[in-house]
Design a protein around this ligand. Structure first.
Ligand code: KIV
Ligand code: ZN
Length: 505
């Protein structure tokens, strides 16, 4: 019989720690609902003490999510645990996740204390958390670089204090699979009390081994895997949920383990997280990258046409990537659009539908056919928009090798008035961004710029993602249009709107 591995998703906590990826409350809830459809077991919804807004966002998730356990993170202080409980208490299945570092370097240099004191704090605060909540997870931060004797003592002590899950993080992505697997096996052997609780792992990807380390841990007795959609998270990110889940499913005879995840929801979840957090997915990303099921060489294409299994170990349908035929045009009516949106799995309220409809008409007027991927892009971008202090109205650009690029942009302010200006730049995008900055009276430093076609073909919808530093904070933005300069302008405006609403700090 296969072991059932619990999937603990921390996209909304560790993933949200990526600069510029901060979500609004309603966006967090939207992702949480999708994670529930994906059927993860635990959603770590945030770090409630970090800000009152995050506390409220975690509480929203706790109230609305009924199928998954909802966890919040807390350091070993009463203030953190109180804030965490205040947020997760509304959940059908609440969890308080307490953590404290266990490595010498963290305890001595970061916490500036000694290991005995740290151990006592851990025990005391697990007991405190237990006073509120039956389900308490304890994480030994930087476990993979900790002294094993000390790790054994802490784990034993926090279980005695009431922890129901013990998590072993490879916080800085230092472990290698063989070694990490062996550590998990030894901990199981050395701490018999682990048999009565859930043993979890949480691996970071600094050396690109987060998924391999997680799977090695599963082979050696880990029962819960902590991971994020698209592998987002601190620095190089966390172990990627879709890679772990599909590895366990595709190689189930090898691992003898499976999860409860509905894999057909993976692609949609990946897109949603990428859009709402404005973090592009690299094209060659395993499982969900745009090239993950694309075959370019003639030999491979020939093989695929004869039998897909020649070059595909997973079916695109298994992650919910079904190819929908070309669909809508400018003449498609409201009901055709509604029908297609439903088919793609979008259940929009009237207000959202009308926003999507307006943008669809604008795109369809300029593009002969709107494909399923175009429509997905339109919906996700419209729904991820924050309140628009400035909205895009129109633009013209003049460029060429014999002239200085000149952009003229018109924006609509919140009160409905229109503002227009023009600026020169060293290229059409530079001129456009300079013009937007003049109109907004604010400068930004472009940190990242990503432009791609949503589908193949010359008429493809262009999708731009930017990350901009404004007044010391990092804000991301996304935009799409049949015209790539307009897509870039929309993304830049979106990033500034996030700055103006102060929601993406
Ligand atoms: O990476 C880490 O150690 C963490 C803990 C809080 C679990 O994110
Ligand atoms: Zn982490």
């Amino acid at each position: 019989m296969k072991k059932r591995i619990m999937v603990f998703d921390t996209t909304l906590r560790d993933g949200e720690q990526v600069p510029g990826a901060k979500l609004e409350r309603r966006q967090k809830l939207e992702i949480a609902k999708q994670l529930e459809r994906l059927k993860v077991d635990i959603i770590e919804a945030g770090f409630p003490v970090s800000s009152p807004e995050d506390g409220r966002a975690v509480a929203d998730v706790a109230r609305e999510i009924t199928e998954c356990t909802v966890a919040g993170l807390a350091r070993v202080t009463k203030e953190d645990i109180d804030a965490c409980w205040e947020a997760v208490r509304w959940a059908k299945r609440p969890r308080i996740h307490v953590f404290l570092a266990s490595s010498d370097i963290h305890v001595m240099k970061k916490l500036r204390t000694d290991k005995e004191h740290a151990l006592n704090m851990a025990v005391e605060m697990v007991k405190y958390a237990k006073g509120f909540c039956e389900d308490v997870e304890y994480s030994t931060e930087d476990a993979s670089r900790s002294d094993e004797e000390y790790l054994v003592r802490i784990i034993d002590a926090v279980i005695k204090a009431g922890a129901t899950t013990v998590n072993i993080p490879d916080t800085v992505g230092y472990a290698v699979p063989e070694q990490f697997g062996a550590l998990i096996r030894r901990l199981r052997e050395r701490v018999p009390a682990l048999d009565n609780v859930t043993l979890s792992v949480h691996c970071h990807n600094d050396l690109g081994m987060a998924v391999a380390n997680t799977l090695a841990a599963v082979q050696n007795g880990a029962q819960q895997v902590e991971c994020t959609i698209n592998g987002i998270g601190e620095r190089a990110g966390n172990a990627s949920l879709e890679e772990i889940v599909m590895a366990l499913k595709t190689r189930s005879e090898f691992f003898g383990a499976d999860t409860g995840v509905i894999t057909q929801e993976i692609y949609r979840t990946s897109r949603m997280v990428s859009r709402l957090m404005n973090i592009p997915v690299q094209p060659n990303k395993a499982v969900v990258g745009s090239n993950a099921f694309a075959h370019s060489s003639g030999i491979h294409q020939d093989g695929i046409l004869k039998d897909r299994q020649t070059y595909e170990i997973m079916r695109p349908e298994d992650i919910g990537l079904t190819r929908h035929e070309i669909i809508l045009t400018a003449r498609s009516g409201k009901s055709a659009l509604k029908h297609k949106l439903k088919e793609l799995g979008f259940d929009l309220d009237e207000e959202s539908f009308h926003k999507v409809l307006a943008r669809f008409i604008n795109v369809a007027d300029r593009k002969k056919e709107v494909t399923a991927d175009d429509l997905r892009s339109i919906v996700e971008i419209e729904l991820s928009k924050v309140e628009e202090t400035f909205a895009f109205s129109s633009m013209q650009v003049m460029c060429g090798d014999a002239t200085s690029p000149l952009a003229s942009v018109e924006l609509i302010k919140k009160d409905g008035t229109k503002v227009r200006d023009a600026a020169l730049g060293n290229g059409p995008v530079d001129a456009t961004f300079a013009c937007i900055e003049r109109l907004m009276g604010k400068e930004g430093k472009l940190l990242e710029f990503d432009l791609k076609a949503v589908t193949g073909g010359k008429e493809a919808l262009g999708e731009a993602m930017v990350r901009v530093e404004i007044n010391g904070g990092v804000y991301s933005g996304v935009g799409a249009s049949p015209d790539v300069i307009e897509a870039s302008a929309r993304a830049y405006i979106n990033a500034f709107n996030r700055y103006f609403t102060g929601k993406n700090i």
